[in-house]
Write a protein that binds this ligand. Sequence first.
Ligand code: GAP
Length: 515
Amino acid sequence: MAQQEDVFKKLVSHCKEYGFVFPSSEIYDGLGAVYDYGQNGVELKNNIKKYWWDSMTLLHDNVVGIDSAIFMHPTIWKASGHVDAFNDPLIDNKDSKKRYRADVLIEEQLAKYDDKINKEVEKAAKRFGDSFDEAQFRGTNPRVLEITEKRDVLHTRFAKALNDNNLEELRQIIVDEEMVCPVSGTRNWTEVRQFNLMFSTEMGSTSDGAMKIYLRPETAQGIFVNFLNVQKSGRMKIPFGIAQIGKAFRNEIVARQFVFRMREFEQMEMQFFVRPGEELNWFAQWKETRIRWHKALGLGDRKYRFHDHDKLAHYANAATDIEFEMPFGFKEVEGIHSRTDFDLSSHEKYSGKKLQYFDPELNQSYTPYVIETSIGVDRMFLSVLAGSYCEEALEGGDTRVVLKLPPALAPVKLAVLPLVKKDGLPEKALEIRNELKFSFNCQYDEKDSIGKRYRRQDAIGTPYCVTIDHDTLNDHQVTIRHRDTMQQERVPVADLQSIIAEKVSLKNLLKQIKS
Ligand code: GAP
């Protein structure tokens, strides 16, 4: 665990050193849980967004995009339930004065039980070697059974408290589990209280005062309120989807873990409108489609898992998370929710406008049901970086830090490097770069030894380096160096464009999703 935390710290400082992510307002000592993306970060983020956008709007004939405003009529947040129910249960430690999310504290306690069980299994696996039967061990070992029992009891109690919205019971669980504040080390807890996560501001000024409005906490509502606009103007037939990428804002209390939990972040959401009664079928299909999208990146299938919700949100009749193995454990990157007709019905009620669809095949009107896929751009960004970050020992005792990013997502696709800064090599290198820059994000670098230049490109995840040497001037060939294997091959300059395009193309990545 300590080793993983170490990796995470290194990743955060790597992001700063190589222009991926900077703390916001850093010269003023920063602003809690707000971050800026640097020159490489913005390219990676844009590539992630394009991968998602194209997978939604190009691979599905019946999915179109919109870009709705961040400011929306305040009644929208009443209708969506956010004014009344978008809360976190908070608890304070009276000695340290630190504030925690009660549900997160209990989830961490559950994870501790899981860790204990896994440690017992690992120890036994070492002891028994090849003859070890893990399933049998988990099902019979008295110590493992004892911990599993405690874990399951806690899990059931926790799920019930969440579903019943029972704040007293959440506190009692924390007390009964003898959980201590990590800062003060004491169990001196306050009551659990609800805290609304929406930011508000004021718009305009009237004689009665300005109107209180909210910064949207999700992009989804912009889709719901435009459902009929898109359906009518696009002559869309159910089932169809509306996709959107945009900023969202939440006044997160436990804001930590870098870009994992931010106060200003970006979402990529798609609402898929279906016939009532068909939603669970579509829910299963979208689960499958979305996990394929993640796995096509090649970061390792074992790094993903589904986590079905114990507590369903007020609008859902099924929900799951796609979790990725971050350096701090498996964490939610994407949520897939069957939202029933909750949102459209509620907007009908609050706006007084009909939001129904006339189905020509059934010859009847109804309020469509909705499957939502909702993924955080920043969490996706973090998962891609965490899954790509490697420290490798090299021959001769040297080490290198390399980001083995999926080539289609890499900020820079190739670096063009003259072997030396003389003899006409820089001119030749620039000529090649100037030709290729129309197809790819290319960098030209002539400073320092070739080894140092390779290291700099490894650190930002550039999949290819092209070296121009004296022979190039005569044989019109260059050396391509592959980032992951460090192998080099000699290829004609004329073939560069097609060789690189094949490997870094987003099109090829999209084909792998096999939609
Ligand atoms: N419209 C549904 C919705 O917003 P959510 O589970 O609250 O559902 C969806 O959020 C996704 O947005 C999450 O899976 C996560 O990737 C991202 N997200 C949510 N809160 C975030 C935060 N504070 N910082 C970064 N990403 C966040």
